[in-house]
Design a protein around this ligand. Structure first.
Ligand SMILES: C[S@@+](CC[C@H](N)C(=O)[O-])C[C@H]1O[C@@H](n2cnc3c(N)ncnc32)[C@H](O)[C@@H]1O
Length: 288
């Protein structure tokens, strides 16, 4: 996928959290002022008016669950790989946790330009421009880290080829071997999350329309979604274990999260969405 298009998905993620009234996301969106025009990319879909609500449910569960895991795991450094415009620094930085955000140059330049307004004097280590597909770039950054680290990749793996994922796994393994810590992968079934929500909120008809439209879009932009491998949780676990990691499967949904999205649905829709999430797993990954 073109890099410019990928960073648009980071803007959408922020807008979705902001639409739900999540305080730190509202603040980031106020400062960064992204245009809702990016959402027009979906306007050709018959379900387009309902799509933002459905996407926001996914943005929120991944964001909140990752934050919950970060706090439970308690490592002092949070390394958010492909951080996009996530407002997570405001949520997890305190005198026990420092946040390091990493993304491609256009995203990082934008964050750094607004850094003072975005995060003030929070215990932010910094934002760094790193192309995660280049072996040396992440190594240079992680050599400077000196404490047990929680690495996060949210919304990244599907964009990487199998070869690029191998490089990323090797780099993360070296960091965890050096300093200790773990790696959170909250989204292990990216191809299921949206269809599951569409089916629960809008019904099976919407899923099939969405799938047909995506097929047309993929063939127009000549994208092969299966080319990057790792489509299911089991496939991800197998690849990680082969690479010398120990994988702990944890539920994506927990009762302890205070989610805004499901409250905007009917009780029946919310119950269906949550019951799908209860069957979905996130991963906490350690070196063996
Ligand atoms: C779907 S967004 C997710 C953003 C963020 N994690 C979130 O949850 O809001 C994907 C992000 O991956 C970043 N990205 C894609 N390829 C990358 C690469 N090779 N190196 C670093 N970041 C990359 C994009 O710039 C974008 O911000």
């Amino acid at each position: 996928m073109k890099k410019s298009r990928v960073s648009k998905t980071a803007q959408v993620n922020l807008m979705m959290l902001s639409d739900l009234g999540i305080e730190e996301a509202v603040h980031f969106q106020d400062v960064l002022g992204f245009s809702r025009g990016v959402l027009n990319v979906f306007s050709f879909l018959p379900v387009s008016s309902q799509l933002p609500m459905c996407i926001s449910l996914i943005s929120e569960i991944l964001y909140q669950r990752t934050n919950e895991l970060i706090m439970d795991l308690g490592n002092p450094v949070i390394l958010d790989l492909a951080c996009g415009y996530s407002p997570r620094a405001l949520k997890v930085c305190d005198d026990q946790h420092a946040y390091v955000g990493v993304d491609l140059p256009d995203v990082i330049t934008n964050l750094k330009e607004h850094r003072a307004e975005l995060v003030g004097d929070q215990a932010l280590d910094d934002y760094y421009s790193v192309d995660l597909t280049k072996r040396e770039e992440l190594v240079r950054l992680t050599e400077a880290l000196k404490a047990p680290t929680t690495v996060i990749t949210q919304g990244l793996l599907t964009y990487l080829t199998l070869e690029q994922k191998q490089v990323l796994m090797e780099n993360i393994r070296s960091l965890l071997e050096k300093d200790g810590g773990c790696w959170i992968i909250p989204d292990t079934a990216p191809n299921r999350l949206l269809p599951d929500v569409l089916s629960a909120v809008l019904g099976e008809g919407a899923v099939s329309v969405f799938k047909q439209m995506m097929k047309i879009l993929d063939s127009t932009v000549k994208r092969d979604r299966s080319a990057n491998g790792w489509q299911t949780t089991d496939e991800i676990c197998e690849a990680l274990e082969k690479k010398g990691f120990r994988v702990e499967r944890v539920p994506l949904y927990t009762e302890t999260m205070n989610l805004a999205g499901p409250c905007r649905l009917s009780p029946e829709q919310a119950q269906k969405v949550i019951s799908n999430w209860k069957e979905t797993e996130s991963l906490v990954v350690y070196v063996k």
